[in-house]
Ligand binder design. Sequence first.
Ligand code: PMP
Length: 359
Amino acid sequence: MARIYNFSAGPSTMPEAVLLKAQQEMLDWQGSGMSVMEMSHRGKHFMAIAEAMKNDLIELLAIPANYKVLFLQGGATAQFAMIPQNILNGKTSACYVNTGAWSTSAIKEAGKYCQVKTVASSEDSKFTAIPAVEQWLIDPDAAYLHYTSNETIHGVEFNDVPAVGELPLVCDMSSNILSRPVDVSRYGIIYAGTQKNMGPSGVTVVIVRDDLVGLAPKSVPSVFNYEQQAKSDSMLNTPATYNWYLLGLVLQWLKGEGGVAAIEQRNIHKANKLYQAIDQSSLYSNPVSKDCRSRMNIPFVLADASLDKEFLSLAAQNGLTTLAGHRSVGGMRASIYNAMPEAGVDALIAFMAEFERTH
Ligand code: PMP
């Protein structure tokens, strides 16, 4: 068996130990005589899996008791709509910060439900910087403020939680959740799809402060209603059971690795190595301002774009795959989430150096 280094932005590489554990438990989960995917979601085996998974997430992120933790479907994209549907609370506008493609998508969807006030945007710089929070034109009468802590396509990441006064802070953490410690108490809502740092796709984690639960108008469908999902422990309908289980295995793996603070140190180290290699080269470059470069998604372009195809094909031959940048920006992108081993980053750096030497 030859496993490659997969730099996909999501679904993305999984910890190998998790895949092996799932393989080992595939036919018979812990003496139950069945696979997790065959279990009733209301049966005792699955209830135990679900409870352990939720508790591990609470522990890893130190989620305070006044938050509900939901495991929903529809991806982060469903949250783009569910947030205004659930927490406008009679208000007519919401503030959004636009730092890249995913913020832009969130803004577009929210616009169906309320007036969106784009309080800051880095579109003029082609999303290579984060506008200083002091300059955000925050409207204190808006229902909430939304931002994207890591822009998966543009490779831009916030290093601090923005101070936005009294407004509930809502954050799309899809591509950097669990990669660094976070003070959950600063947020009204944190949400993230699982397919980067938490497992395969199919589950969306939503962490929502109690005062924002129960505000949705009656017309909001039950499965999209935070209060109804919280009351039924995210089992208003049949959940994505096997994906919950895999998410649980990833969380156990992360705990075994020392938790979020320990993985952050590794992430810093891996990202620094790759940025250094890019910055020192005359073939590769990264356009993002140094103070907000993502540790998770590292885009880079070749000085001569006519070499792109050959770069990708030679990289794949060397077991380094899914390095093409998003179709909207081109170039390359290496996604190096928690599960990407340092050896994968080293192999990429060595390949890049060799490619530069020979081209
Ligand atoms: N937000 C961010 C930051 C993302 O990276 C993605 C997916 N790549 C999404 C939202 C959309 O997520 P989903 O496909 O799970 O709806």
